[in-house]
Design a protein around this ligand. Structure first.
Ligand code: FHN
Length: 469
């Protein structure tokens, strides 16, 4: 390493530039630092598995664990945070939480019904929590006693879910929290030699559990990592990198997002050069990009809750609860910006999916049944965005869709195509025989004229384009 580079790196570390926000690409010129554990690839993965991932469109997230038993409340007090974090609250005695598994016996758990509901909603993939930050394992891990095997329920939940979702043709991704409040070797930071020794045992445990998951559930398509923000984990660039390589050899094509491993300066998501680590950007949690520029040409996924911030079961949903139309708009936006959209479900301690979630799944599913062609296999169109909604384009056929959320009072929807691209025969996806008129008002500008109608769900208009170039 030359002198200038060392000085640069020292400034970099001292000024804390690499801590700005590990989940955001930094505006640093490419290749400013040579990294051993940074991005191993620039640009998107082009293999079949990743093509499949890119074309999923809609996914389902499931947060389930023993936190579903208190459901965000203890001793009649409501925990103000996300229900799956209740153990971290002063109002929740740790011993009480850690004994909850002895009651876990979800009599109504029906993996086939869950998978069918996801299928009917239109989900092509599902991300399922195997272990959240509390360390409780929904599979009978050989490396921990804090597992489903030691509950009154006993049976392997992950195994049943993988089987049921596989049967429905929904690809399964396993959520795994690196943070594990139950493991004695776990540390959030390493301050002493003793911590370091303990953390070494934790690393071995983590590796064992991950290898176990891929061995026991070989049909899964990827791992979804969480809880990687600890200082202790951010020091594990070399270990995490080699573990990632090992896991990828076990299941070729395995998809792992950008949250898993840090680079040698502790940057996660994006390395210290601003390049994406992993297969896709995982930072869009309960938020969405606004424009295609925001996603920097990377694959990405938005994970979204129905209430403001509840992933695990919270018996008392408070604040704004999103409607299916709001969620459909997020889905359309995600597709229009080349991403996937994943909607979270938090079943209760008995294994029931709550009525509000079932209603939303049904409403989304009803819309998807008619309009899925505008979602699956679709991505961005580089035409100027209009206020009525979002364009999407089928990556194979090139067919363009307009997903309309706002109809102007004139009932005319403006379409500005790219240079010398004309339009013919637009039609509503739900009524293909009913042709709409595309009135040309300028070279690349058209008004699609709708008839006044009741409008309670987003409309999809199919566009046929004519290339006059
Ligand atoms: O702390 C978790 C949270 O409980 C939830 O699992 C979400 C899902 O993306 N991830 C973490 C926060 O980033």
């Amino acid at each position: 390493m030359n002198k200038t580079l060392s000085v640069l790196i020292i400034c970099y570390l001292f000024l804390g530039i690499n801590n700005v926000d590990a989940q955001k690409p930094k505006e640093i010129k490419r290749s400013s630092i040579t990294l051993k554990h940074g991005a191993h690839r620039l640009g998107k993965r082009t293999d079949q598995m990743m093509e499949t991932w890119r074309n999923y469109g809609l996914g389902q997230f499931i947060h389930w664990g023993i936190y579903a038993i208190p459901g965000g409340q203890w001793n009649k007090r409501v925990y103000p945070g996300a229900a799956e974090w209740i153990r971290s609250w002063e109002g929740m005695p740790k011993n009480d939480y850690d004994a909850l598994y002895k009651q876990f016996n979800p009599k109504n758990f029906n993996p086939n019904a869950w998978a069918k509901q996801a299928k009917d909603m239109g989900a092509n993939y599902a991300i399922i929590t195997t272990k959240h930050h509390d360390g409780f394992c929904l599979w009978p891990s050989k490396f921990s006693d804090y597992t489903i095997a030691n509950t009154p329920y006993e049976k392997d939940i992950i195994g049943q879910l993988v089987e049921a979702y596989d049967k429905q043709g929904i690809d399964v991704y396993l959520y795994f929290s690196i943070i594990d409040w139950n493991n004695p070797g776990y540390r959030s930071s390493i301050k002493t030699d003793e911590d370091r020794k303990a953390y070494e045992t934790f690393k071995t445990f983590t590796e064992n559990q991950l290898v176990e998951l891929l061995t026991d559930y070989p049909t899964i398509k990827g791992l979804w990592f969480d809880g990687t923000w600890d200082e202790a984990w951010k020091e594990q660039a070399e270990f995490a990198d080699s573990l990632g390589t090992k896991l990828r050899t076990m299941i070729p094509g395995l998809v792992i997002g950008g949250r898993f491993r840090p680079d040698e300066y502790g940057s996660r998501g994006f390395d210290s050069n601003g390049d994406l680590i992993g297969d896709y950007e995982q930072g869009w949690e309960r938020k969405m990009p606004n424009s295609i520029e925001d996603v920097h040409g990377n694959d990405w996924e938005c994970v979204m809750t129905i209430p403001e911030n509840q992933w695990g079961y919270q018996s008392k949903w408070e604040g704004h609860i999103k409607t299916s139309n709001e969620l459909l708009e997020m889905l359309a936006k995600a597709i229009a910006l080349d991403g996937n959209f994943v909607l979270n479900f938090g079943p209760d301690g008995q294994g029931n999916i709550r009525a509000e979630e079932t209603k939303i799944a049904k409403e989304i599913g009803d819309w998807m049944a008619v309009n899925k062609n505008a979602i699956y296999n679709c991505g961005n169109v580089d035409w100027e965005k209009q206020d009525w909604g979002y364009y999407t384009k089928n990556r194979e056929t090139g067919r363009i869709y307009m997903i309309v959320f706002n109809i102007p009072i004139s009932n005319d929807l403006r379409v500005k195509t790219s240079q010398n691209i004309g339009l013919s025969n637009p039609y509503l996806l739900e009524k293909p025989k009913k042709k709409l008129i595309a009135k040309k008002i300028k070279n690349n500008e058209f008004l699609i004229q709708l008839e006044p109608s009741d409008f309670s769900k987003p409309l999809v208009i199919v566009l046929e384009t004519i290339d006059n170039n």
